[in-house]
Design a protein around this ligand. Sequence first.
Ligand code: DAH
Length: 337
Amino acid sequence: MLKIIEEHISAISKKKFANQEDAEKFRVKFLGKKGVLSSLFLEFKTLDSKEKKTIGAALNELKTAAEDALKSAPRNIKKNKNEGLEDLSRPGYNSHPGSRHPISIVKNEIIEIFENLGFTSEEGPEMEDDWHNFSALNFPEEHPARDMQDTFFLTRDQKWALRTHTSSVQVRTMEAQTPPIRIIAPGRVFRNEAISSRSHCVFHQVEGLYIDSRVSFADMKQTLSSFSKAFFGEATQIRLRPSYFPFTEPSAEMDIWWGLENEVDHRMTKGTGWLEIMGCGMVDPNVLDSCGIDSQKYSGFAFGMGIERIAMQRFQIPDIRAFYENDIRFLKNFTGA
Ligand code: DAH
């Protein structure tokens, strides 16, 4: 028996634990209820008193060796009953509140500028009928102008669609209010377009409409110029180019100067240095009449701008797709109301 004990002691002295599990196995093997030591102690009881003296000392030595070996084992051999519970005394975790999306930041800023100019904000539905999105805006049926706006139709008969522009809110407002009307309508619009760095199938616009007696093209130019200076800074250059929209006559497109220094500038501006940010014009008398406003008595101007284009200019973002990918590393860069 002494020999067995001595063998154990020498084995234990060389013992190294690979991990907690290994140490736990060792503990059970030697110190467990049915372990080596208990059975040796049982056997010890049967010995005579002379043997007990030497064997007892050896057994104690084995026990101490086993206990000492465990002390050097990886920690937490016995499962702590609090394991997995929160340490209530630890310092708090940092919270990471979200930030506003760049499109919302720009939208809110545009709304604020127009509110200062006396405009109020209106909303309309994203699912529109043919009348509000097209017909009332002087798009005759089968007219090629409808193809300018690649429409996502919702019904086979093409009576319902996702609105292709916020101009539909002009119609709803004119139908519901009487002049003077001075509104803007921010919102999301949809077009069945190929996605590229410059265009996306979902984007945002802010529509504007001003109707009163004797509103002129000069009023429009003044309003858009005030807006551009307030938004982009006093030194901002704008230009109006003649254009065509079924619902305005005359119609124009407004560009702001982006710059033409590097490859990105060329790509963004199709090599011109100018970035188109809105369409505008004098509301066509047909549209006023369709919406129940006397075109003999009233005139007005309207405009519609793309929020993404403006945000790209403001934050120098060369690819429109960045707005929809919701990459946290991108979104983190923006702070604002
Ligand atoms: N709805 C036009 C578009 O989506 C933009 C536009 C042009 C709006 C002229 C207007 C306007 O109100 O007068 O491209």
